[in-house]
Design a protein around this ligand. Sequence first.
Ligand code: NCD
Ligand code: ZN
Length: 341
Amino acid sequence: MNSLTITRPDDWHLHLRDGDMLAAVVPDTARQFARAIVMPNLDPPVTTTEQAIAYRRRILDVVPGELNFDPLMTLYLTDQTSPDEIGIDPCVHAVKWYPAGATTNSSRGVSDISRCYGVLEKMQQHDVPLLVHGEVTDADVDVFDREQVFIERYLVPVTERFPGLRVVLEHVTTSQGVEFVKASSDRIAATITAHHLLLNRNALFTGGLRPHHYCLPVLKREEHRRALVEAATSGNPKFFLGTDSAPHAKNAKESGCGCAGMYTALAAVELYTEVFEEAGALDRLEAFASFYGADFYGLPRNSDTITLQREAWRVPEVLSLDHAELVPFRAAEMMQWKLAG
Ligand code: NCD
Ligand code: ZN
């Protein structure tokens, strides 16, 4: 097969940032995806509906005129979030739970989820999904075990307490995470990134330290990568596409204390296509990329299409932005598929 046409996909987990970076990265996503769930971890974070509406406007201001792109906004949950923030405006599609200190700009995240039970109750009533960064932050828990421990300590109790709440375990990275989602009710789903499908943790150390392969949750062992590929390509509607593309300037990645996040948005759909082809499951790409996420969020599936062509091309070594440089995922290496048009 040398050409593949599928319903236009959506990205159910994306970081767009703000200001110059926002303007630089939005076109890459808008070329491929009709919609994206936009993460609220700006500095300061998007904690109110009013801020979400204003951020949405800033995003739309930098969408190239010829493209249609609908940013789906989220609120950043804090210990102080009021239940009154829920259900105010339809542009807010979900609420994001960052455990305080778990990742980029999460210092104002949740320190004790029991303080948020009122908000979760209201979300359950209004059917607003809770998006979870599923990692504990305790220094005594090994960084590679943080997802599994989070599920046991926090996710199981919360989903039992709020059985009607829709929950997305974002960027699932372990076989334990996959098993938890599979065994849960149909209100529990997960997004899967392209990079966790393509790489295992060896990629952090190939020939030396590789800061551009550092993200959170951190890459895991090969057995976990395989479990993710199995879940993504199985046709189970609980698993859908979420890139977690997370741009950081080159100098912030190549540093004595480098930031977590990979910029995969440059060729996200092409990366997923490689994974599905390698797994012999190209016929299941469309549902994973374009159907299951929309169905979960109760939104219509897109009606237009994109076409992917088998064509080798080299990813640029670096993208020069106005005030910074950005190193894309797979910089200077080859891709096998290319989005047409
Ligand atoms: C994300 C970021 O930089 O905002 N980083 C990452 O490694 N994925 C935050 C996140 O999703 O954890
Ligand atoms: Zn993320």
